[in-house]
Design a protein around this ligand. Structure first.
Ligand SMILES: [Zn+2]
Length: 408
């Protein structure tokens, strides 16, 4: 078999295109394949799909293809330009590559496969012998394709969360479809505008379709939701895990200050007990149980704050909004009399947001959403270790967590 025929077969080049020349460069370890079209080829305008006539050819350009054994393989051709009565002179499509691609379709598919299956982008680059920017380019193209194909849909429950992106308080805002466990939208920073951009991208029907939004008690997100989501105020569900984190942070501050006072009197009762107080009661490891049982009975502020914390957790087990509200009022009365200022202050904050907290009984959602979405985003961060650029990181999140149709 001739080498030109061989490459037509293995590259899937068919009429009106054919391989005109194959050159092997042993020194560079490269195979170069030139492709040209028959003179009587019929062309179609890519803008309207109607037949058009050949106008001229653009300069020769190259596409990286799958390797031939260990040899890097490039396809070279001059892309024809057509003349359409309606659209004027247009670049015509070639069957082996997407528009503006630098890889052939087969190479793009392989790159996507590897990106989805390898632990790091650097590993993909090493296997394929491509540059980091080339891998990113394939990802950008894949996400662009996926977003164009994605049909506008109704998302019933969304979660809004902030993610630290780089050291030094650089954040992004991630909006997820909680039912599908997919990231819908990523914006830079964690401002009003970050979330407003999402709402503004939706149609009135889509906005009306949102039944609830899980989020942290975060002013910028709350305001954007109030202003741009019809009935937004009533649709907010403050995330229970963020609330319990606030509670635990306060409990820990109380323990720290009490431990400081005790240690001045050479009393080490509270030394090395931090995590014992923070664990949910049922999650306390067995080896600590005896010591903790004694600690709880000591006359400690920390022990009282712990009991208040443990009781609050039951708020999310209440059967309905009325029961949850009553439960909270009872808990709040208890805190008011506890004499611990940081706790009293925190409870007051919760009381001001109680409607959005007990909304959980109507819509039992959290920002963690579907199991695994958060850890998936974390692995994107690991995979993309070294992403310093927001656009790249955003693309990577949508590539791995967006449930998009990525292949050409
Ligand atoms: Zn046209």
């Amino acid at each position: 078999m001739q080498d030109t025929r061989l490459y037509e077969q293995i590259m899937g080049i068919g009429k009106p295109w054919s391989v005109s020349k194959v050159e092997l460069d042993v020194k560079l370890q490269e195979v170069n394949v030139w492709v040209e079209h028959a003179a009587d080829a019929q062309w179609i305008c890519p803008a309207c799909g109607k037949p058009c006539v050949l106008y001229d050819h653009a300069e020769e350009r190259s596409w990286r293809h799958l390797d031939t054994c260990q040899f890097k393989t490039y396809l070279h051709a001059r892309v024809p330009r057509g003349s359409c009565p309606e659209h004027g002179v247009v670049n015509l499509d070639v069957p082996w590559a997407g528009r503006n691609a630098r890889f052939t379709l087969m190479m793009e598919r392989l790159t996507i496969d590897l990106l989805l299956n390898c632990q790091s982008i650097t590993a993909v680059c090493r296997i394929l012998r491509i540059g980091w920017h080339q891998a990113c380019r394939v990802m950008h193209r894949a996400v662009g394709r996926g977003q164009l194909r994605k049909k506008p849909q109704l998302v019933r429950y969304i979660g809004v969360d902030e993610k630290a992106f780089r050291k030094g308080h650089h954040y992004l805002t991630v909006v997820s479809d909680l039912s599908a466990g997919a990231v819908e939208y990523v914006a830079e920073h964690r401002t009003h505008e970050s979330l407003a951009g999402y709402y503004k991208s939706l149609s009135p029907q889509q906005l009306a379709g949102i039944e609830a939004v899980a989020m942290d008690m975060y002013k910028a997100y709350v305001q954007a939701t109030r202003e741009l989501l019809p009935g937004g105020e009533a649709k907010i569900v403050f995330d229970r895990f963020h609330i319990m984190k606030n509670m635990n942070d306060t409990l820990d501050r109380i323990r720290q200050s009490e431990h400081f006072e005790l240690s001045k009197r050479r009393d080490n009762t509270l030394a090395r007990t931090r995590q014992m107080w923070l664990w949910g009661q049922e999650n306390l490891p067995e080896k600590y149980q005896d010591r903790f049982a004694l600690l709880k009975r000591e006359d400690l502020r920390t022990a009282r704050a712990w009991a208040i914390k443990e009781h609050l957790r039951r708020l999310w087990q209440q059967p309905d909004v009325a029961a949850a509200r009553a439960f909270f009022d009872h808990w709040h009365q208890w805190v008011k009399g506890c004499g611990m200022t940081p706790l009293i202050r925190l409870a007051k904050t919760f009381a001001g947001k109680i409607e959005q907290i007990v909304n959980y009984c109507r819509h039992p959602i959290t920002t963690a959403g579907c199991e695994g979405l958060n850890s998936k985003i974390t692995t994107v961060k690991l995979r993309a270790a070294g992403f310093r650029n927001f656009e790249h990181f955003k693309t990577a999140i949508l590539f791995y967590c967006g449930n998009l149709s990525l292949y050409p």
